[in-house]
Design a protein around this ligand. Structure first.
Ligand SMILES: [Zn+2]
Length: 239
């Protein structure tokens, strides 16, 4: 949790010895600031009563980089639907949600978030596989050995953070099994796909544009289709 609220309900970042209010449950949160950890807030009470924010207490620098890209106004928003509250990592003016995923996530949770937010896109951290040489990309194409399998179950647009300030928007994804030889021969999964490589700023521009263009997107129809139907010529004007 990067932001708590002060007494005027303004979002504040964690600074040494600060105290604040949890934006979701209203309980007291205390700032955790150290030399190694990225500053964050945690509930004063060790096990806060079912607060959704408690699930997200200790997120690191990677999350912070993406949230600060959009500004604190849009970061960490708590959305209530009926008796359910979920947190959106980033939610723009017209409701487009950007979920930023560093750790592994199972298919059930992917489905649950997509059903809840509907108008959303995913950003997965893929910088590790790039550094390990398992994910290769160039403009228009990528190839990923031993990928994050759960990504294939995403029903909304997916971006990969490939590191070096670049983001890859997946257009088409093909899943293959290949034979690989290291110490021994084994079958492994490979993602092969097409897409668009963009800088973080281009990504940000596109998200604000998509948020505006898709503000009337119907919650019952295929959001991914609507997203990719945004006129390509207008998209190009952005960059
Ligand atoms: Zn709370």
């Amino acid at each position: 949790m990067l932001f708590a609220l002060n007494e005027n309900n303004v979002k504040i970042a964690a600074t040494p010895k600060a105290r604040g209010k949890c934006p979701s449950c209203g309980e007291t949160v205390i700032a955790c600031v150290g030399e190694i950890i990225y500053p964050y807030w945690r509930h004063e009470q060790k096990s806060p009563s079912n607060c959704v924010a408690a699930q997200y207490e200790n997120e690191g620098e990677w999350h912070a980089t993406w949230k600060f890209l959009f500004g604190k106004e849009f970061a960490e928003q708590y959305i209530r639907q009926g008796d359910k509250t979920r947190r959106a990592d980033v939610r723009l003016n017209n409701g487009l949600v950007i979920e930023i995923q560093h750790s592994s996530i199972d298919t059930r949770e992917i489905r649950a978030r997509e059903r809840f937010h509907h108008k959303m896109i995913w950003v997965f951290d893929a910088s590790g596989p790039v550094a390990a040489g398992r994910l290769r990309y160039e403009q228009g194409y990528f190839h990923w050995i031993k990928p994050r399998i759960s990504i294939r179950n995403c029903q909304v647009p997916v971006f990969l953070d490939v590191g070096f300030g670049s983001t890859f928007e997946i257009h088409e994804l093909e899943i293959k099994k290949i034979l690989k030889e290291d110490w021994h021969t084994y079958r492994t999964t490979v993602f092969k796909g097409t897409g668009k490589l963009m800088t973080r700023d281009e990504f940000k521009g596109k998200m604000f544009f998509a948020d505006e263009a898709l503000k009337n997107a119907s919650p019952v129809s295929d959001f991914k289709k609507q997203y990719f139907n945004i006129g390509p010529s207008i998209q190009l004007d952005l960059f």
